[in-house]
Design a protein around this ligand. Structure first.
Ligand code: GZL
Length: 399
């Protein structure tokens, strides 16, 4: 029971020891207070020392920064300003990324509505590749004309070298096209047209849609004559493409002109199914269920996908169609699937509309790159195929 710690024990009796240790309680509290004060003092010294060290370290680092880092920052800042100034003065198109010598092409597509469109899109994606010298910025319009117009301004902002526009509809392009022209970016319009002055864009590449409509009517006239029905009253249903789209406008005009030339032909119903298979089926289902149209001798569909949908509706309503059926079936695009339908006796004829436009668009760009003049209009070569010659051509079809 001796007092612990380093106090000197004088060898006294245990009682002494007890007293010491007992009285040690007074001394113990002093010790505690003393050690507490000493701890505070030591902590205070440590904090002051730490602050002093940090302060000196900060000064040392600042000196290093001023000596070595600050001059580099100033040099880079001044240098980049002068580079920007040169680019701005000489109007050099600074590119967001590293300019790797590729031709930057912005492409605005309509959106996915048909197999024709898929073939058209894939043709561009396979043509404007990095391996072939292009940096393609592909924008899907998602079947929205507003989205397409916004995409045009986005591409102008990105300072692309060329813009390929495949418009959904002809209207609403005046301002956007003019903005591209003001920005010095050539616009090449393909597939459908836009309703602006032709000086606002470089070229248009696509089909003669009214001629396609006339081809359909000419074939129908010949077919009815061969069938001995040239004087019979012919009841026609017309499935139209997207309202305001050049393909629909042109084909409808060609078809209506042909109907006008045949007093015994009458259009008993017509309506828009937006070039899609689903809407083609829905339109025909509704027409058949309404029962207002008693006689249908011909269905003319402004693209293959809509007539594929109409076929499903006719099947569901027990209607026969095709060369071996009651209803004459005519459509546009000449998809591989249409050749299969013609060979299966479901479709009479399909008027070709060539979706493979990318090579002609590329030719225009190459001519412009070489500083040569280009034409304003490039029409595609197209035919009409029927159930009588489908087997001869199906293996040549690329889409
Ligand atoms: C024609 C094109 C049309 C196709 C349809 O050039 O615009 O759009 O005929 C497609 O299949 O939807």
């Amino acid at each position: 029971d001796h007092p612990a710690g380093n106090q000197e024990y004088d060898g006294g009796s245990s009682l002494d020891a007890y007293q010491w240790s007992g009285s040690g309680s007074t001394q113990g509290s002093c010790k505690t207070q003393f050690s507490f004060i000493m701890e505070i003092i030591f902590i205070g010294i440590a904090v002051i020392l730490g602050i002093w060290l940090l302060f000196h370290a900060a000064i040392y680092l600042w000196v290093l920064f001023e000596e070595y880092v600050l001059p580099i920052l100033i040099f880079c800042g001044v240098g980049s300003f002068f580079f920007w100034l040169i680019f701005w003065i000489f109007g050099i198109k600074e590119t967001p990324g590293y300019n790797d010598g590729l031709i930057r092409v912005g492409m605005i597509q309509t959106g996915k509505e048909s197999d024709w469109r898929d073939a058209n899109t894939n043709d561009y994606l396979n043509t404007f590749t990095k391996e072939r010298g292009y940096d393609l910025i592909y924008i899907d319009g998602n079947s929205s004309s507003e989205r397409q117009v916004k995409a045009m301004y986005d591409l102008i902002q990105q300072k692309v070298d060329y813009i390929i526009l495949q418009p959904i509809v002809e209207t609403g392009w005046e301002d956007a096209i003019h903005a591209a022209k003001e920005a010095g970016i050539p616009v090449i319009v393909a597939d459908r047209k836009i309703a602006v002055d032709e000086t606002e864009y470089v070229s248009w590449i696509g089909s003669d849609f009214e001629e396609e409509g006339r081809k359909a009517v000419t074939w129908l006239d010949q077919y009815l004559t061969e069938q001995g029905r040239e004087n019979e009253t012919i009841h026609i249903v017309l499935l139209e493409g997207t309202e305001g789209a050049t393909a629909a406008i042109g084909r409808t005009n060609g078809i209506l002109h042909g109907v006008e030339e045949h007093p015994n032909w009458t259009i008993v119903d017509r309506g828009c199914a937006n070039f899609t298979q689903g809407e083609g089926q829905t339109y025909m289902e509704n027409l058949l269920s309404e029962g207002t149209v008693k006689d249908i001798d011909v269905i003319i569909s402004e693209n293959d996908n809509m007539i594929f949908g109409a076929m499903k509706a006719l099947d569901r309503n027990g209607k026969s169609y095709g060369p071996e059926g009651d209803i004459i079936m005519i459509s546009f695009d000449a998809l591989h699937e249409s050749f299969e339908n013609m060979m299966a006796g479901k479709l009479h004829a399909t008027v070709e509309c060539n979706p493979l436009l990318a090579s002609t668009v590329e030719t225009v760009i190459e001519e412009l790159e070489a500083g040569r003049e280009v034409d304003k209009i490039y029409n595609t070569e197209e035919n009409i195929y029927t159930y009588e010659n489908a087997a001869d051509y199906i293996d040549q079809r690329k889409y």
